[in-house]
Design a protein around this ligand. Structure first.
Ligand SMILES: [Zn+2]
Ligand SMILES: [Zn+2]
Length: 330
């Protein structure tokens, strides 16, 4: 099969992914063989490909927003021929302190798709049966792919921030994840304030119904109940914190952040404001989000790339060259 393979992580402009012919994976007990229909490109893939997340395998096929057809190993619940999705968490141990308490997103030994095991930048992929989600028909391949990490983790961010219907919510950064979260916020009748760099990101936010849009260091005109930061920048966390009312929460949706600048506790955190990180996802986040996405007819803005353009797709994410999400079509 064709696959985009990472052997040595380095700066994306040097094209670290090589398009190669590699053996198709074999189905095994507990796993399903999937034929990839589309695979979303996530900022985490960029961190992996550039080596900000330390390599865990000598050779890796990245990709963890996989829309696929089950071709081998199907069961009564996930039959051969069924259209399914696979996300970032490709497995947990089910036995650790966290898993036993319903916090499988914090599992001691998680398996990450496209990081610990090969992912979806390929024509076929193998995935653990109990971490595969049937996809609603309402979502086509191209538009379902970005929901599988950007969407699910954006949704988890809303939960971690404690968003309630009608809240005033700030989104700091407006990439793939935020542009999906805003649909959920609107369905929940929240007032949405977007601070982001890039005129086209600001235009997209306005067209998706943001109530206020400003540049990345502009503070919203009101005190926020909740804020979610999507940019991989510690400075943005401070802007978000500075926008909160007392008792408000900032949720940081970023797997990697440059350093958070020193800040004034008395003015910014005192008053029971909270900063929380968002880490991975649970299977119920995935199921609940996919259900909502189908109900509200979520239609992400996507740009399609061929598999052999995987480097270009990642470069586009890094340079904010596209609005919404990038998706590879093998
Ligand atoms: Zn566990
Ligand atoms: Zn991701």
């Amino acid at each position: 099969m064709n696959a985009a393979v990472l052997s040595s992580p380095r700066e994306i402009s040097t094209r670290p992914l090589q398009i190669e012919q590699v053996p198709r994976p074999n189905a095994k007990a507990g796993y399903l063989l999937l034929q990839v229909r589309a695979c979303g490109v996530c900022r985490t893939d960029l961190h992996i490909v550039e080596g900000e997340l330390a390599p865990r395998r000598p050779k890796l096929i990245p990709g963890h927003q996989i829309v696929a057809t089950v071709v081998e190993g199907g069961s009564s619940e996930l039959r051969d021929g069924m259209r399914v999705g696979v996300s970032w968490v490709g497995g947990t141990d089910g036995t650790c302190w966290y898993c036993k308490r319903g916090m499988e997103n914090l599992c001691d030994s998680p398996i990450f798709t496209g990081y610990d095991v090969d992912g979806g930048y390929a024509e076929y992929a193998l995935a653990r049966e109990d971490f595969i989600f049937p996809l609603p028909d309402a979502l086509d391949d191209l538009h379902a792919a970005p929901l599988l990490c950007a969407g699910i983790i954006g949704f988890r961010s809303l939960r971690v921030a404690g968003v309630e219907p009608g809240d005033r919510v700030g989104l700091f950064g407006f990439g793939a994840s935020a542009h999906l979260a805003i649909d959920v916020l609107r369905a929940w009748k929240c007032t949405v304030y977007v601070s982001t760099r890039g005129a086209s990101h600001r235009d997209l936010a306005a067209s998706l119904g943001a109530d206020w849009v400003g540049s990345e260091d502009e503070e919203p005109p009101v005190e926020l109940d909740r804020a979610i930061t999507f940019a991989p920048s510690g400075k943005v966390v401070i802007s978000a914190l500075a926008s909160l009312r007392r008792g408000g929460v900032v949720a940081i949706n970023a797997i990697h952040l440059d350093r958070v600048p020193e800040f004034d506790y008395d003015r910014l955190l005192w008053g029971e404001r909270q900063i929380r990180s968002v880490t991975n996802m649970t299977r119920s986040d995935a199921q609940d989000f996919l259900k909502i996405a189908a109900e509200i007819g979520m239609k992400p803005k996507v740009t399609g790339f061929r598999l052999d353009q995987a480097n270009e797709a990642l470069l586009a994410i890094k340079s904010d060259a596209i609005d919404g999400a990038a998706v590879l079509i093998p």
